[in-house]
Design a protein around this ligand. Structure first.
Ligand SMILES: Cc1cc2nc3c(=O)[nH]c(=O)nc-3n(C[C@H](O)[C@H](O)[C@H](O)COP(=O)(O)O)c2cc1C
Length: 320
């Protein structure tokens, strides 16, 4: 199998992993509107993947369809042996690569030495990388931040660049900064310089505050990265991966139809497995930016199931 990171055409535009957002349903919706070059799953715990109770509780995080290719499975944990076994299983599922989460700032996981905590534990980070390489025999990438309390780009990114990774997605903030300050793109540029200095082949993908396709192109040019990863920018523009700045002006009925399509796919895919509340955060993507949107959205936010959404949409479409 070809190494996906080596076959993607640059500049590379990636849909960022977002827990309870970028599941198979949302990725299919985006694939139909304007597809990124590469998808990531939500972060999935290796403890869950290898659990003796079975794979079931986390398997929906690794569910995908042909439409969402190429796709990378993102995994997290702190036990190299579990990473090894989880990577074997992930490889069997047909993923194009494995990404290790070394950036999630959630206190509960950091306290247990996982995700962003690995920034202060390069020895364990190195063991985990080796386990994933040997277990999955797939391309390996890491998504990380530039430090925990302080910016430590040289030390941490410098270390990762020596691990023979296929790619490094650098979110330009420290753990302490969460998402509260603008991303330090100059630190991401520093990562590129460090990479070039040691002649490493690792691709560097910048992440943080990319607000449009053109903004992505500007950042790629200005900071020298091989591509960008876009997270929250997708909420404001579902067509963010379209290779132009075309503005999609949807009619009210088109908005309702898109919302219905998303709701039906969510219910068809997850049934009772996922709470309907998780779906409702997407209503704003469809019902916003027109006069009276907030009142109508408030009505949709009161719905509890597909039937109620369909009934409400029908009542509005009659008047449009
Ligand atoms: C709701 C939400 C869930 C997220 N879940 C993940 C995750 O599962 N794995 C991960 O590496 N990053 C996760 N992130 C971080 C994003 O991938 C991204 O790094 C961050 O949002 C900054 O990029 P942006 O400015 O383009 O949004 C999440 C972010 C948000 C807002």
């Amino acid at each position: 199998m070809k190494n996906i990171w080596k076959t993607l055409k640059k500049p590379i535009f990636i849909l960022a992993p977002m827990d309870d957002v970028t599941d198979t349903v949302f990725r299919q919706i985006i694939a139909d509107l304007a597809a990124p070059d590469l998808y990531f799953t939500e972060f999935t715990s290796v403890d869950g993947i290898v659990s003796e109770k079975g794979f079931e509780p986390v398997s929906r995080r690794l569910q995908y369809t042909k439409k969402e290719r190429p796709i990378i499975a993102q995994i997290w944990g702190n036990d190299p042996e579990k990473f090894f076994k989880a990577s074997q299983l992930v490889a069997k599922m047909g993923f194009d690569g494995i990404d290790i989460n070394m950036g999630c700032p959630e206190k509960s996981v950091v306290k247990r030495g996982m995700c962003a905590a690995l920034i202060h534990n390069p020895k364990l980070a190195g063991e985990i990388i080796q386990s994933v390489k040997e277990g999955g025999k797939l391309p390996v990438s890491i998504k990380t931040r530039i430090g925990i309390r302080e910016i430590q780009t040289e030390e941490w990114i410098g270390f990762l660049l020596k691990q023979g990774l296929d790619a490094l997605e650098v979110h330009g903030r420290t753990v302490r900064e969460m998402s509260k300050v603008p991303a330090h793109w100059e630190e991401i540029a520093k990562a590129v310089k460090l990479r070039d200095k040691i002649n490493s082949k690792t691709l560097i993908i910048g992440n943080g505050d990319v607000s449009s396709y053109l903004d992505g192109l500007d950042k790629i040019k200005e900071y020298g990265v091989d591509g960008v990863m876009i997270g929250t920018g997708i909420f404001k523009n579902l067509w963010i991966f379209e290779k132009s700045e075309k503005v999609h002006k949807l009619s009210f009925n088109q908005r309702l139809n898109q919302l219905l399509k998303h709701t039906r796919l969510f219910v068809k895919t997850w049934g009772e497995e996922k709470s309907f509340v998780i779906l409702k955060k997407f209503f704003k993507c469809y019902i916003s930016d027109f006069e009276g949107a907030s009142e109508i959205r408030a009505k949709f936010m009161e719905t509890k199931n597909l039937e109620e959404v369909e009934k409400l949409a029908l009542s509005y479409s009659k008047f449009s």
